[in-house]
Design a protein around this ligand. Structure first.
Ligand code: BGC
Length: 365
């Protein structure tokens, strides 16, 4: 017997839907049937041959890290999971050597010797089945079945916003807090990560502006209006935003030239959190480094990066998904702009469909 799996051979470009041996249910593990897998820019980079690595000793890597599955079988002695439970697996597996990895915070691994399922050194979830240790499986309420495939990207957003908020909180309190005007957030990019950031920042009480290079009338612009965020097209440059400055900027594009421009949109005592992963082989960019860094110092600004997310951010994401559903019933589901069968994995990954927020591959319906 074999199972279907989307296989890549990094650093070679390309991907195939292969037949691979089924993952064995070993003691202490859980066998999961994959229901859905989201497609993101990281998958695109791996298929283009720019990123990723196969597990040691394996000629291929099974792709896919945004996942939703259902428990099929539980090895004896594993508590807390029964067949039929919906689960989302976290992505990173720690090196086990440093204090963060030992404390289930492998997103902050200090040795760099971690693996990431579907990305680097460990097989992913674009397959009929996978096997995992229970500590990496987050049980999902059935009410979230239609949206839980968004939990992994939301976990990345949860961490970025948490980290940004911690930096903002360094300002400390003053008499008369909280201020009467809501804090202002800018989200750069209206793909799934940007849109999910807008959802989260709205429930955190921010006034949210989200920018992209697309015009009005996109599904993203409509969704932003629905959750009380403002959409602005910056097709003509960031100057379109005028003198507006922000307390928290979440970047979700990976565009180097845009990132430097975002520093100019920071207010005093504010923070820019970068989440997009730029292409390391991009040609050098020229920036007004002196002016840029001078302003960072003179205005108490911070620019930080945020990658991956540990289990606690997946759990926070589940709580917030429930809140999104209560506040804007049905809105979160519209972030998924298309669902396609696993067989269409290649076009789903490589086609850049205008107006798309998230493409999801249906593995089992
Ligand atoms: C994933 C993260 C991962 C990062 C870097 C992102 O697409 O969501 O889990 O850490 O890529 O590999």
């Amino acid at each position: 017997m074999t199972v279907r799996a989307v296989c890549v051979r990094p650093p070679a470009p390309g991907a195939i839907l292969g037949e691979v041996p089924p993952p064995p249910l070993t003691p202490g593990t859980v066998l999961v049937n994959v229901l859905e897998c989201g497609v993101c820019g990281t998958d695109r980079d791996i298929v283009a041959g720019r990123y990723g690595s196969a597990p040691p000793g394996s000629p291929y890597l099974i792709l896919g890290h945004e996942n939703l599955g259902v428990v099929r079988e539980v090895a004896s002695g594993v508590g807390g999971f029964a067949p039929g439970t919906l689960v989302v697996a976290t992505v990173r597996r720690g090196c086990g050597k440093d204090r963060f990895c030992r404390a289930n915070k492998s997103d902050q691994c200090e040795t760099g010797e971690f693996t990431e399922r579907g990305i680097g050194g460990a097989h992913g979830f674009m397959a009929d089945q996978y096997v995992e240790l229970p500590e990496y499986l987050v049980p999902v309420p059935t009410a979230l079945r239609g949206v839980a495939v968004l939990l992994e990207p939301l976990s990345v957003v949860e961490k970025a916003v948490f980290m940004g908020q911690r930096v903002i909180d360094r300002r400390g309190n003053t008499p008369g807090d909280p201020p009467t005007a809501p804090p202002a957030a800018l989200v750069a990019g209206t793909g799934a990560v940007g849109i999910l950031a807008a959802f989260l920042l709205r429930v955190r009480g921010y006034e949210v502006t989200a920018i992209d290079r697309r015009g009005a009338g996109t599904p993203a612009a409509a969704l932003l209006a629905r959750i009380g965020a403002t959409h602005r097209s910056v097709a003509d440059g960031l100057g379109t935003l005028g003198a507006h400055r922000f307390d928290l900027v979440i970047e979700a594009t990976g565009s180097t030239s845009l990132d430097f421009g975002l520093v100019d949109l920071l207010g005093r005592n504010s923070v820019l959190v970068l989440t997009g992963i730029p292409d390391a082989s991009e040609p050098p960019t020229s920036v007004e480094a002196g002016r840029l860094l001078r302003d960072v110092v003179l205005e108490n600004q911070a620019v930080i990066g945020s990658v991956n997310a540990n289990r606690s951010y997946f759990e926070a994401g589940l709580r917030d998904m429930t809140m999104f559903e209560e506040k804007w019933p049905g809105a979160l589901a519209t972030v998924i702009t298309s669902r396609r069968p696993l067989a269409e994995f290649l076009t789903a990954i490589t086609d850049r469909i205008s107006g798309s927020m998230k493409t999801v591959l249906t593995v089992v319906s």
